[in-house]
Design a protein around this ligand. Structure first.
Ligand code: SAM
Length: 285
């Protein structure tokens, strides 16, 4: 009997502080770059956004402050409680709704939103059919020409993290890493939440293929952090405005180097709901 993929996810996020993650270390770069890439393609206001897998709402509250009407969905009760509490702190620009839900079956009407953020579900769904179901569901709720931002984790992220964090000598991590590189299937039976939880790690081309197979019109797959997350002393670099801006400029400069995309910890696929299906509407990598 197949187990529910959400069981491991809920248990993992019960243990870790996902709410604080984007405010620490190189995750600050992930946050800054993801926001930058979203703003390049987000429809003009007024517009409705579904933040699916939005956790406690870091992106949702940011977009609400910009004036978007944002619905947050996540399957982890702890995240929904945190987001509900945070709504009280942002009463002047509240979220439109906060609800428990699964990206594979969304409680939204057809063609009811202008943009969907899928910054999490695709790398937590280990079965390709589930990932396609999730992309098709996002497409169903999108209005014509609506945009989807779908994050993946790079197939090579564990190897680069192991080198950066000196984990290659850890036998437990070595076994996880070997499977990550071989199949992209990340499993962590060690009980150490630092090694993340059940996930699937994409090659950039695979993420592109899945998005196109779902029927969405792929615009591009971009590296989020690029090589920037590997900076030797990230916190010191990020604390300097000058170095931070230089880092952001360098990442932008190489973001279209296809040979370098997989070096980024996170990948971001940006796609549009197509009015006309058929040849010529999508770009392949
Ligand atoms: C690493 S967190 C990312 C949170 C936030 N979107 C961000 O990018 O910082 C991944 C999120 O995806 C959510 N998630 C995992 N599987 C999901 C699914 N099937 N449907 C909706 N959300 C899911 C998790 O609960 C978690 O909040």
């Amino acid at each position: 009997m197949p187990t529910d993929p959400l069981q491991d996810i809920v248990a993992h996020y019960q243990e870790v502080d996902e709410d604080a993650r984007l405010r620490t270390g190189c995750f600050q770069l992930e946050f800054a770059r993801t926001k930058e890439l979203i703003l390049r393609h987000l429809p003009q206001m007024p517009a409705v956004v579904a933040d699916v897998g939005g956790a406690s709402g870091n992106y949702s509250f940011w977009l609400a402050r910009l004036g978007y009407r944002v619905h947050l969905v996540d399957p982890v009760p702890k995240h929904i409680e945190q987001a509900t509490r945070a709504c009280d702190l942002q009463r002047d620009q509240p979220l439109a709704s906060v609800r428990l839900g699964d990206a594979r079956k969304l409680d939204f009407a057809d063609e009811s939103v202008d943009a969907v953020l899928l910054l999490g579900p695709l790398y937590h769904l280990t079965d390709r059919n589930d990932r396609l179901a999730c992309l098709r569901e996002a497409q169903r709720i999108l209005r014509q020409e609506g945009v989807i931002f779908a994050a993946g984790i790079s197939r090579f992220a564990s190897l680069l993290a192991a080198l950066h964090d000196d984990l290659l000598g850890e036998p437990e991590f070595a076994a996880i890493l070997e499977r990550d590189l071989r199949e992209g299937q990340h499993r962590n039976d060690t009980g150490n939440p630092l090694y993340f939880t059940t996930a699937y790690f994409h090659r950039p081309s695979e993420l592109a293929e899945e998005v196109m197979e779902s029927g969405l019109g792929l615009l591009e797959v971009l590296p989020v952090e690029g090589p920037g997350w590997l900076a030797k002393e990230f916190d010191r670099l990020w604390a300097s405005q000058e170095q931070r801006q230089r880092l952001m400029r360098c990442i932008r400069q190489v973001e279209n180097e296809e040979e370098l995309i997989g070096v980024s910890a996170h990948l971001l696929a940006i796609a549009r709901k197509q009015t006309i299906t058929g040849a010529g509407a999508s770009k392949s990598l």
